[in-house]
Design a protein around this ligand. Structure first.
Ligand SMILES: [Zn+2]
Ligand SMILES: [Zn+2]
Length: 391
């Protein structure tokens, strides 16, 4: 056989294996059916954080975005257009049927992008030296400052940073840009007939952001936030753009669950405060809901008869136990971390672990999905917020 033919055959085989592997990957990353709901002590609300509309560089009007949020069955929606609170002035904040809309903004600072939530006035950085004044003013106005895509395309450059309440550890927009061109080609091939599986395949564990977060969390109370950073807009040429991926699709993919002790009242002001407080305290977790709804996830520390939820600060005591539950209709892997280091991994939906030392503990859950040649891959599904166990 000529060398050219050998090369052609090898090339054809490689492409064939890649196509087969891609098909399996996307096929097995389809959503699983949702579990029946069970009784839980706390109440969960699912929302999305970091959304752009036509008030800045998103493609949708707020009415369209609200419709998409209804389609995706969201309980709350946090809008963050660039450098404007105009949607607040225009009256969009509040309940739209059973959807609570909160209006914040994404602020351009000298060190990167920052989400400012819970404010009733527009804020911006004054001059190169004004970053700490900006952060102080958000904090003193009882607002929330969250570093946006700190390890992404426009990374945060002023570490360490205070007072900041949260840090985006998962930003869907960044998660995609990180991916290999071959992953993109695979997604574009399969998007039209298996869209959820295709989009799920683009979200990998954001190691760098998690490590950064866990290092900082040993010094300060810092909440991990998952953001969609949805624009529904791929720029083409001039003013032309593609409305993709749609808001509704993004709102089904990556969500934040807040964990509350009691149900929301239906009144805008107290409910908004409850959600912002839960985000500030870290009573929330991130879920790649494109795989399966993670509404029954639990991570707590039990000391004597008291259980402490995500976001708590607990004094270390012998006999204390960590409990993680990640109920799923399929196989799941649960990992427990201390100060960002993995300490336990179980192929089960529950962990009970005896605490032996203080530290910053958080849990992650993975969906176990089959791969080519009988192998399996653990795909990131849930990231909890920490429980701080102190001396
Ligand atoms: Zn940004
Ligand atoms: Zn953004």
């Amino acid at each position: 056989m000529k060398i050219g033919n050998v090369l052609k055959t090898i090339g054809a085989l490689v492409i064939l294996v890649w196509v087969a592997d891609s098909m399996m990957t996307i096929w097995y990353e389809r959503p699983r059916p949702d579990l029946k709901s069970t009784t839980q002590k706390s109440v969960r609300y699912a929302g999305v954080i970091h959304v752009h509309s036509r008030y800045s560089d998103g493609s949708g009007t707020i009415e369209q975005i609200i419709r998409a949020a209804h389609t995706a069955d969201l309980d709350f929606l946090v809008m963050t257009d660039h450098s404007t609170l105009q949607p607040l002035i225009d009256g969009y904040q509040g309940y739209h049927n059973d959807l609570l809309v909160l209006i914040g903004e994404e602020v351009n600072t000298s060190a990167g992008h920052l989400l400012a939530l819970g404010l009733d006035h527009h804020v911006e950085q004054q001059g190169d030296e004004g970053l700490s004044a900006l952060l102080d003013s958000i904090d003193s106005s009882a607002g929330l400052a969250i570093l946006a895509h700190p390890t992404g395309r426009r990374p945060w450059t002023a570490w360490p940073v205070r007072p900041v309440h949260g840090i985006e550890i998962l930003n869907a927009d960044t998660a995609w840009r990180d991916d290999h061109p071959l992953e993109w080609i695979r997604v574009l091939l399969f998007l039209w007939f298996m869209p959820e599986g295709a989009l799920n395949s683009l979200i990998d564990r954001p190691d760098e952001a998690i490590n950064r977060w866990q290092t900082l969390a040993q010094q300060q109370h810092l909440v991990g936030i998952g953001s969609v950073d949805a624009h529904a807009r791929i720029p083409l040429w001039g003013d032309q753009s593609l409305q993709f991926p749609s808001y509704a699709r993004m709102f089904g993919l990556l969500r934040t669950y807040v964990v509350l002790d009691s149900a929301l009242s239906g009144a805008e002001v107290p409910d908004r405060q409850q959600i912002l407080d839960a985000l500030r305290n870290g009573q929330c977790y991130i879920a790649v809901d494109g795989y399966e709804k993670a509404s029954q996830f639990d991570f707590e520390i039990q000391v004597d008869d008291t259980s402490f939820n995500m976001g708590s600060h607990v004094v270390f005591q012998q006999g204390a136990q960590v409990r993680v539950k990640a109920p799923s209709s399929g196989a799941v892997l649960v990992r427990l971390y201390r100060n960002g280091q993995e300490i336990v991994e179980v192929s089960a939906q529950d962990i009970v672990y005896d605490l032996s030392e203080p530290g910053v503990y958080h849990a992650e859950a993975y969906q176990v999905r089959p791969r080519l040649f009988g192998s399996e891959e653990a795909r990131l599904w849930i990231i909890s917020n920490p429980i701080w166990v102190e001396e």
